[in-house]
Write a protein that binds this ligand. Structure first.
Ligand SMILES: [Zn+2]
Length: 261
């Protein structure tokens, strides 16, 4: 589709060019940009993440060393390489504590696949997806389960944001299993973000979540989903661990309490 008001081609989608004195027509760039705009719209990335690019992902410095956090340096590099090398036969699973930038990087990958490679993508918050599916069961609802699920199953690259795993019901497990398995069987790429603590070396085992619980390891987080789903996720995705020492400090700080408060 060409842009109707395009000054270069007058809306035809073909613009005149002259090479070596010979005039001919060539495909106008506005055809591409219209497609890109459509892709961006269909991807349904929330406005707060619309600016996200790999380039503008800020790598925090560790307070102790003053050096850029190595896990974030690596994560940024993986994201860039993934876009460069796409199409790939695997996705990415971004794991780490809240606020470390998992969604930023995952959305950046999604946007750059659309902008640079014209790939059809879809963003879905995991809890929102479950809610949309559940709402579709309502008899007065205008949508069916299939209307909600079809794009999730069929889009070339899906980003499932904030895959939460604590205490899933059988229905949640079954729904996720269905999505993950059918995308796996169709060799479609899935990007996932999931929140969990950092894997601590033995000496730092005292680090706790603000609630006082110990930090869950990725295995433990995924095991809530059942062995089938968690092993499938490992098979489908490269795990990208993200952490920062600020987080450890703030967690540790939260553990210091006065006896009387
Ligand atoms: Zn044009």
């Amino acid at each position: 589709m060409a842009r109707k008001d395009c000054p270069a081609c007058g809306g035809t989608g073909w613009k005149p060019v002259e090479t070596g004195g010979v005039r001919r027509v060539t495909r106008c760039d506005c055809q591409e940009s219209e497609r890109t705009e459509l892709l961006l719209k269909q991807a349904r990335i929330p406005p707060r993440y619309e600016h996200c690019a790999v380039e503008n992902f800020d790598i925090r410095k560790d307070q102790d060393s003053g050096q850029p956090n190595p896990s974030l340096v690596a994560a940024k590099l993986y994201a860039k390489r993934f876009v460069d090398e796409y199409p790939t036969d695997f996705g990415l699973l971004f794991v780490g504590p809240t606020g470390v930038g998992k969604t930023h990087l995952a959305v950046a990958v999604l946007r750059e696949l659309m902008l640079r490679k014209g790939v059809e993508c879809l963003f879905y918050d995991f809890l929102k997806l479950l809610k949309d599916i559940r709402d579709s069961y309502n008899p007065v609802s205008q949508t069916s389960e299939l209307t909600v699920l079809q794009p999730v199953l069929e889009v070339e690259v899906l980003l499932l944001d904030e895959l939460a795993a604590s205490d899933p019901t059988d229905w949640v497990r079954e729904t996720l299993r269905h999505i993950i398995n059918s995308r796996y069987n169709q060799k479609k790429v899935t990007l996932i973000t999931t929140t969990h603590g950092v894997d601590e070396p033995p000496a730092r085992r005292e680090v706790r979540m603000p609630s006082g619980d110990s930090l869950p390891s990725l295995d433990r987080v995924l095991s809530h989903l059942g062995p089938e789903i968690s092993s499938r996720l490992y098979e489908m995705c490269k795990v990208v661990q993200m952490s920062s020492d600020d987080y450890r400090k703030s967690i540790k700080q939260a553990g210091y309490k006065f006896h009387v408060e």
